[in-house]
Design a protein around this ligand. Sequence first.
Ligand code: PEP
Ligand code: MN
Length: 338
Amino acid sequence: MIISTKKGTPQVEIDRIIDNFERQGLSVTLIRGTDYNVFGLVGDTTKIAEKDVLANPWVENVTRVSAPYKRANRLFHPKDTVIDVRGVKIGGDAPVVVMAGPCSIEGEAHTLKMAELVKAGGANFLRGGAYKPRTSPYSFQGLGTEGILDMVKARELTGLPIVSELMDETHIDEFEEYVDVVQIGARNMQNFQLLKAVGKMTKPILLKRGFANTIEEWIMSAEYIMAGGNEQVILCERGIRSFEKYTRNTLDLSAIPVIKDKTHLPIIVDPSHATGDYKYVESMAIAAVAAGADGLEIEVHDNPPCAWSDGAQCLKPDKFRDTIAKCRKVAAAIGRAM
Ligand code: PEP
Ligand code: MN
């Protein structure tokens, strides 16, 4: 971190600044200019917020040289993190994984049927929401525990590990017991209390990107989980909000190479919530695989017009199977198994 002070800063203030950083365990190098002084801070500056330094009226400028995240940072962990979920690996050179299923869990019979259909189409995981974050309080809110238990039955039937969204700390024990991958949704990406709580879980966390968050804020949320002790974080790009109206969100494909550059964590892509329209899901799934995504999360429904949520973006099982077949060809072309 590099800090410069204003012209005419008294020596007593300069000494105070140096002393303050040294007490925080940092080594401080002072470069004296005729008008300005520049400080170089070396050490773990992750605890220092630029804004707090700027609160000192004698400070002119603060520039961060290293990233504010440590555990997620590729610099300190050059090897890709590979997460193992019941024998299915995600990240590194592992084959591209597919998480698929309905937006909401819709009862036992439907869940078992959907699990078999997505497995036949190439899925390695069954996804489904039992606790749903809905924009309207009058919309269907999910089946809750009943939905989680429907997914457990589907896992027993098909062997597919299950992915479901956790919205509230009060359900942590239930998820710890039954769910294989705990999804934190876009709306909760900066629910720091929830992030701290899942940082204590033993299950991998699928952290979706908030629709108005920068990649750095997203990585900082992963850092929250990792700082709690849970290093098993999978990131999921699901589109960000832009001025565009023809798609539900704008898929930020560039997040894939950026995340791979800055972090060692696996990244998957959700083309369903990114586009909001079943017609565009296939092309964005193919593009995500081409760009190096470690996996896909896709909404699939056997009867989309009657889906309990997000029908407009659900693929029918046949289309899903075709999409995955095309993605496999693209994966092969870039030397990746799928
Ligand atoms: C979901 O995957 O069901 C979901 C609600 O996604 P997001 O949090 O990305 O909107
Ligand atoms: Mn959905």
